[in-house]
Design a protein around this ligand. Structure first.
Ligand code: ADP
Ligand code: MG
Length: 551
């Protein structure tokens, strides 16, 4: 039996790691399963280049609870370690075998999906365990090793009789942490962090119903069988090529990602880039609803298929945080506890790439099927309008597909609108006046009046539209928006001759006098002509500023 001291450069680093390195105790499982995954991927790689003389087969990772023994086991069939390697990789804190592997097999292994990085993940086990054992058998022809450590810098290392290749990690769970001996808690963690990891993860068994045999009687129960319960999907849609996926595959993946969402997404965007950074993912535009799940079902960030966070602030531009889906990028620099720095240059590049991809996708949806795009406009306009306001680059691109609906249900792009109204809707300074209504019912008579003059009236009713109008007024040349019932519209628009009055001059004079008495002139405007032959013989309007004062 060998005895020795763990080789640390900083004295008593253990208590530091235990207390401060990870704020969240639960991540130990993610780290240990990441190591088991790495060990398996390394084996796969070495087998593929002929350096490991083994049958790779269909390895899996198993998580097992031993409630009575107060132990949690994580077992893999990966590369394993010799006693010498345990000394090197485990006993040297902050020496990463994963980094070393990637260095050694630089070119061939760069896409192998190896997760490890800092050489600290393993020690997170001591956040929940007072003793940790490693029983490991290398793929090389050497005896298995058994390492034990109680969280002090002392460890023991001795031979073991394990014969199958791979590593078993045994955690002796602390009294305080016995939640991690509960089936439901472990399952919850596996689903949260490991749902899409690349190696199958077994957690117990489940009963599968088999088809009834042909000669079975009507009320014979269907036969069942116990099968491994594999908690993950090792090949999630985002890791595949867009050309290999059908529309239905994207919808299925959405349901897999958000099992509680019953509404189908409107469309998806498959992200796939490997230069200048590596990023894959699928974003979905959901139908905007008042569903309470909206808050919960956010975009998830992964790194090599390991869940990192669903707080993607900074990586995804703010206006796109209403979308759903996943982003996977090994190039987002994470600190040891796997959270990222928002101000980082790489993160900013990723953010602007995503903005560009979303804009391109919207443009192609618009070009390929305008009718469908118009139908979806109401459900997506909030995101697009918000994007136009907050991201200059998006504003420029959105010109091609942002729509301006009219009260009659027509949808114009900005250029189309411009061409449609430029002949009629300019004021004496040659400024283009864009009329809009915010409420079709309340502003009905004004809308009718404007239409009778041949004007187009937009229906702009989203909550941020007033900001968008301001933005357009400053970005486009010589335009101004005017609400259809604003009292200055008549001044802005060139007066023309098609005003009709249903009253004779005599009637007008009498009515005018009468109205003056009952209607305070400082609060209301009386108009004895209308522009619409269907409307009433006169109109009483309240100037817009008065209305605003009441609001
Ligand atoms: P990292 O994963 O960042 O390299 P860790 O502290 O998580 O650092 O693990 C340290 C090293 O221990 C790994 O790089 C690997 O060489 C070795 N190791 C840990 N777990 C296993 C395992 N299940 N099978 C084989 N080697 C392992
Ligand atoms: Mg690790």
């Amino acid at each position: 039996m060998a005895k020795g001291n763990i080789n640390v450069s900083v004295e008593n680093i253990f208590p530091l790691i235990k207390k401060f390195l990870y704020s969240d105790h639960e991540i130990f499982l993610r780290e240990l399963i990441s190591n088991a995954t790495d060990a398996t991927l390394k084996l796969k790689h070495l087998a593929s280049i002929g350096e490991a003389k083994v049958e790779y087969g269909n390895p899996q990772i198993e998580v097992k609870i031993d409630k009575e023994g107060k132990k949690l086991h994580i077992i893999d069939q990966g590369i394993g370690m010799t006693a010498e390697e345990v000394e090197k990789y485990i006993n040297e804190v902050a020496f990463s075998g994963a980094e070393e592997f990637l260095d050694k097999y630089k070119d061939s292994a760069k896409d192998s999906g190896i997760i490890g990085h800092f050489g600290l993940g393993f020690y997170s086990a001591f956040m929940v365990a007072n003793k940790v054992e490693i029983i490991t058998k290398s793929h090389k022809d050497e005896p298995a090793a058994h390492w034990t450590c109680d969280g002090s810098p002392e460890f023991t290392l001795e031979p073991h009789d394990k014969t199958e290749r791979g590593t078993e990690i045994i955690l002796h769970i602390n009294e305080d942490d016995n939640e991690f001996l509960e089936e439901s808690r472990i399952r919850e963690l596996l689903v949260k962090y490991n749902k899409f990891m690349p190696i199958p993860i077994k957690f117990g068994t489940k009963t599968e119903t088999l088809p009834k045999p042909e000669d079975a009687k009507e009320d014979d129960p269907a036969p069942t069988k116990e099968v491994d319960d594999i908690i993950n999907n090792p090949n999630p849609a985002w890791t595949k090529q867009p050309t290999d996926l059908e529309e239905e595959d994207y919808k299925n993946f959405y349901r897999e990602l958000y099992p509680m969402q019953f509404e189908e997404p409107l469309f998806h965007i498959h992200l796939n880039v490997d230069y200048p950074f590596n990023l894959t993912g699928i974003l979905y535009f959901p139908k905007m609803t008042n569903d309470l799940n909206v808050q919960k079902d956010r975009i998830q960030l992964y790194q090599n298929q390991v869940f990192v966070t669903d707080n993607v602030e900074g990586i995804v531009p703010e206006f796109l945080t209403m979308l759903r889906g996943v982003i996977d990028s090994p190039d987002i620099p994470l600190n040891v506890s796997r959270s990222y720095l928002q101000a980082d240059g790489a993160v900013k590049k990723i953010s602007s790439y995503i903005t560009r991809k979303v804009a391109d996708k919207l443009k192609s949806l618009f070009n390929n099927n305008r009718e469908d795009f118009e139908k979806k406009w109401d459900d997506i306009k909030i995101v697009i309008e918000y994007g136009m306001l907050s991201e200059e680059k998006f504003f420029d691109k959105a010109d091609a597909f942002a729509l301006y609906p009219t009260v009659d249900g027509k949808y114009y792009t900005y250029d189309e609108l411009y061409n449609a109204i430029k002949a009629k809707q300019t004021d004496k300074d040659d400024k283009l006046v864009i009329l809009y209504a915010s409420n079709k019912d309340e502003q009905h008579s004004y809308i009718e009046a404007a239409k009778a003059k041949g004007y187009e009236v937009l229906l702009l009713d989203s909550p941020i539209v007033s900001h968008l109008m301001q933005k357009l007024e400053t970005s486009k040349e010589n335009i101004s928006f005017a609400r259809v019932d604003a009292d200055h519209i008549d001044n802005l628009i060139k007066k023309d001759d098609n005003k009709i009055s249903k009253l004779s001059d005599d009637e007008k004079t009498k009515l005018d006098e009468l109205l003056k008495e009952v209607i305070p002139a400082d609060k209301f405007t009386v108009q004895l002509e209308t522009m619409d032959s269907d409307a009433a013989p006169f109109m009483i309007t309240q100037p817009e500023f008065m209305r605003r004062m009441k609001e």
